[in-house]
Design a protein around this ligand. Sequence first.
Ligand SMILES: [Zn+2]
Length: 372
Amino acid sequence: MTKRDYYEVLEISKTSSGEEIKKAYRKMALKYHPDKNPGDNAAEEKFKEAAEAYEVLSDDNKRARYDQFGHAGLNGNGGFGGGAGGMNMEDIFAQFGNIFGGHFGGGFGGFGGGQTQQLRGSNLRVRIKLNLEEMVNGTQKTIKVKKMKIAAGVTSKTCPTCNGSGMQVKVMNTMFGQMQTQTQCGTCHGIGKIADKIPSGANAQGLVKEDEEVTINIPAGARDGIQLNVRGKGNDAPFGGNPGDLLVVVEEEVDAHIKREGDNLHQELYVSFAEAALGTQKEIPTVGGKVKIKVDPGTQSGKILRLTGKGLPSIESYGKGDMFIHINVWTPQKLSAEQREFFENQMKNGEMVAEPSGKEKTFFDKVRDLFN
Ligand SMILES: [Zn+2]
């Protein structure tokens, strides 16, 4: 971005006097002040540009360097160096704040500020663990939170600093004469009241830390990491301010059996040698309760059964994920004498040998199937 000429920015001539520069800057600053142009980025840029131009041209030294070398003469020498916007709004307000006071409801406690703001209590953050079923179906949880509350017996009185207005007016001598600025009262933070009688155990604002039980309604479809906002259940603010919010962060409880992967669920199922050979029925847990599944005769280890729609409801669509059952055939590790004899005979007679047909699904086939 090419930098505009500072004289052009302030709409003045190269021979302008210090007094004219001041006047010109004041005009620009008032025109582009962010309180007058809320949300207008172009105005904010002009406001910054004017501040930068003024900062240079109001300084005889910098002005001389600028006149001789242009913008390049300022780099690294107390100039702004890196182009327009080198000054942030805080800098500008800190340096020239007095110029604007009294014109825009005053106040530079952050910009756009100036209005009395009711003090709000701070937010509280808690984590809550939910199992898969609770996340899917929603639930209600009652938890105990430690929060700042107005102590019983605390009384208030009118703030002596601002006489209850919540604002402080300061008169300042600035380069444009006397200016009035209005800021939020530093004693009562804009409330107009301060604590009078404070019971023992409470802090200077009359607050005390107490346990409170809060019941939280968790909607169906919550997910790990989601944050719920419970309005007004955070810390109290002193005297008449609104309490903060309680922010509840959902954490997924790790399930011993069911693993989640996006909307899909996975679990392992172990069947015995005999069950795999003869076929069987098994009851398995899902988030909607137990379901019966059929294991076909001759089922191989590593087979994956898919229960369509038994996963989690999708957040993005109306669909549902699936449940995948990974079948493992359990090879016996301790054999009775009788069983040992049975298996030995099978081996001797050449029975019970592995005879894949070549049509068995490989591990990679199974993985690919999961995504089809
Ligand atoms: Zn006050």
